[in-house]
Design a binder for this molecule. Structure first.
Ligand SMILES: O=C(O)[C@H](O)[C@@H](O)[C@H](O)[C@H](O)COP(=O)(O)O
Length: 425
């Protein structure tokens, strides 16, 4: 019999419900066996683009003196673990066998050329103070121990960073997921994204998602594979960029190109629903036009508006984080970090090349229904540590610490090196 790995079984919700034992539950794994599971015209320019099984009873054990916890329910296979009637409905409508991964023709909030000058990277990691390992107060941690799994782990994780802004309410809206292997992270991220897509489509008939650049796109690769490829309602997706480098769309530095090559050309999202920046404009012009594009999509009812903030409320913001704690193109110490009126802004002096970029502003980022921060590697450990530190002062917040949703849950997808400075991991 093929044998699947130890898999974490405890969810944050389960853990929090387990009051009184909370402090003892640090890691939870179960041994299980294999199973089978199976608008209007918003933007002017167009451009050719790239194209139940059952689970055996869990076996739990102690490890390294850590108490393990049992899972009250079996893992339900994809598509979707329905947390609500809406999500169940989403699951029902999610499979569209008629879809194929045909090449996409992408629409853009624009049309070609720009500067590609580079600046040297100024050792961003050095800006984050390396501080000693510390414990995570009232935090619960789950992890995986094996490099392979046939399904997405229900991998959960931890409560309460207490960091920036550190209110109890804010802490309760954060989840920290820690994976032993990138493969697991990718699987979980795909499942998470697919679930949110299903819920949004069931609720509003559209799924609005913003992509970052960097390693995020590779982490999303499982979406291009079965069962997600067939099950996700790609025709309902509207894709934006959290930030974009002001370079031609076929340039090696282009986030559009990165996403198109790694994800968007492999799934059947209508080209008119992929909103690239206008790469013929200056950074300022491209940012203005992107904001105009968003406004038009708000008018068309594609993009919702947050009743709390009055800013656009995208269904999902997918963020990476740099070693210096930047997210999007919001870099430590840059004035654009404090922009609180515009939806989309620009910079011409990015410390991470290339220098010219457009970026969503914090009010827009933080108005999202859901935010995922995908952060891996030891180079990020200092910023992660600071983000989860209990001692914060509002004067030295890293951009990542300013990611603070008005509604919804901020979910961190991390690996062990990235959380290596958190002592209870
Ligand atoms: O275009 C960009 O540069 C980004 O959107 C940026 O915010 C990125 O997400 C982080 O720098 C993390 O990048 P890595 O995951 O590659 O470290």
């Amino acid at each position: 019999m093929e044998h699947t790995p130890l898999t974490p079984e405890i969810t944050l919700e389960q853990a929090l419900a387990n009051k009184g034992k909370e402090k003892n539950i640090k890691m939870a794994f179960s041994l299980h066996f294999p199973r089978h599971h199976g608008a209007g015209e918003p933007c002017p320019h167009r451009e050719r683009g790239g194209a139940n099984g059952e689970r055996d009873p869990a076996v739990h054990r102690d490890l390294d003196g850590i108490k393990w916890s049992t899972s009250p329910h079996p893992l339900v296979p994809f598509p979707f673990v329905p947390p609500s009637p809406a999500a169940a409905a989403a699951a029902a409508v999610a499979v569209d066998a008629s879809m194929s991964a045909s090449a996409a023709v992408s629409s853009t909030c624009a049309a070609a050329s720009s500067t590609t000058s580079r600046r040297s990277l100024s050792s961003p990691a050095s800006r984050v103070q390396a501080t000693p390992r510390r414990s995570l107060p009232s935090r619960l941690v789950a992890s995986r121990t094996s490099p392979r799994s046939p399904v997405v782990p229900p991998v959960y994780a931890t409560a309460s960073p207490g960091g920036a802004g550190g209110t109890t309410a804010a802490a309760a809206r954060k989840k920290l997921l820690i994976f032993d292997a990138e493969e697991y992270l990718a699987e979980s991220l795909a499942k998470y994204t697919a679930r949110l897509s299903g819920e949004a489509v069931a609720e509003r008939g559209a799924f609005t998602v913003a992509l970052s650049g960097g390693s995020l796109i590779k982490a999303l690769r499982k979406l291009t594979e079965s069962p997600y490829l067939e099950a996700v309602e790609w025709s309902k997706w509207h894709v934006f960029w959290v930030d974009e480098r002001v370079v031609p769309k076929d340039h090696a530095d282009s986030n559009y190109k990165l996403a198109m090559d790694g994800l968007l050309s492999k799934v059947p999202i209508p080209a008119s629903q992929i909103y690239a920046i206008n790469d013929t404009l200056s950074a300022e012009g491209a940012a203005d036009e992107y904001e105009t594009c968003l406004k038009q999509l708000v008018n068309d009812g594609v993009v919702a508006i947050s009743e709390v903030t009055g800013f656009p409320k995208l269904d999902l913001m997918l963020l990476g984080m740099g070693p210096d704690g930047h997210v999007a193109s919001l870099f430590p110490g840059h004035p654009v970090v404090n922009e609180n009126l515009k939806w989309v802004s620009y910079i011409k002096d990015s410390p991470k090349p290339p220098p010219e970029r457009i970026t969503f502003t914090f009010p827009l980022v933080n108005s999202s229904a859901h935010i995922a921060l995908v952060v891996t590697g030891a180079g990020k450990a200092g910023a992660v540590h600071k983000a989860f530190s209990d001692k914060q002062s509002s004067s030295d917040l890293l951009p990542v610490e300013m990611v603070s949703q008005q509604e919804g849950v901020l979910t961190w997808f991390t690996d062990k090196p990235a959380v290596s400075m958190l002592s209870s991991i």
